[in-house]
Design a protein around this ligand. Sequence first.
Ligand code: Q9C
Ligand code: ZN
Length: 322
Amino acid sequence: MHQEAAVNIIYSSDHLLHDPQFEINDGLPVDHAEKVERAETIMASLKVEGVGRKVPPRRFPLRHTYAIHDKAYVDFVRTRSDQLALGEVLYPSFYITDTYAPVTSGSYLASRSAVDCALTGASMILGNQRTVYSLCRPPGHHAAHSSMGGYCYFNNAAIASNYLSAHGKVAVLDIDYHHGNGTQEVFYDRNDVLYVSLHADPDTNYPYISGRVGERGSGAGFGYTYNYPLSKNTGNGIYLRVLQDALEVIKKFSPDYLVISAGFDTFNLDPIGGLRLTESVYAQCGQLIAGLELPTLIIQEGGYNLEHLGGLVVGFLRAFDL
Ligand code: Q9C
Ligand code: ZN
């Protein structure tokens, strides 16, 4: 069947409803890096550079979300968000793994729309679009079966991957600076969804609890999780070599679909992450990944340098924009 070449960009302004002003670090309120400006600057750069075409998400039933998250957890996010007044912030004492996922009045609606962006992207992939970019905000890869954490409420990439998995084998490649503990967890015992992640060494970086080489999956899923922890000193050369190793693992799995958890917080000037990667590496990563020639759904995760974020995303997506 004919396949469209141009990148579709799935975006909803609903993300603006989620706008916490601070997070808690070591018991003290600090600036919340996961800002509304992130998605807006990405959209502005894509527009200026003429990359892709913008498509609104459509509404999907919650059963796709319940397939990954505990229904009681999803209901909890909804009811707590709904109970808050504009500007009010809640740090729940359960269904949470850390102090980096404040709930605001718009958190549920924004998170649900982010899921819709991911699912709309997945459905377009099933409709033979070659590459789709879902500009999800809030991000998702730290959200697990029944917990929020690390700026994430619902796991956009996991929900989309699970949706695609009804139609074939799915490989998830997570290139966010932080290990995607939520995504790893939900697919840990499955052999139809491969999880491969490059991230900063969890011995010294968030999320601390997971992302080590010895985590390989369990039961039927043993051998379907691969972690590549990296030292903070990692520069473009080493990063690209490790990425090539990861891509070999993906090739051997021979997936029908590829889902990228695309974080840009590996950039050297990122305010909360940062390996020694420079701007040009993202185009090179995009080219290597595009070389797999797989239907590819790109899900936005982290990336917090507001000045450079748009340019990094443009460089990455251009590699797919044939
Ligand atoms: N002192 C994403 O990139 N900050 N989430 C940890 C530790 C939380 C990152 C600070 C980082 C969450 C999607
Ligand atoms: Zn991150």
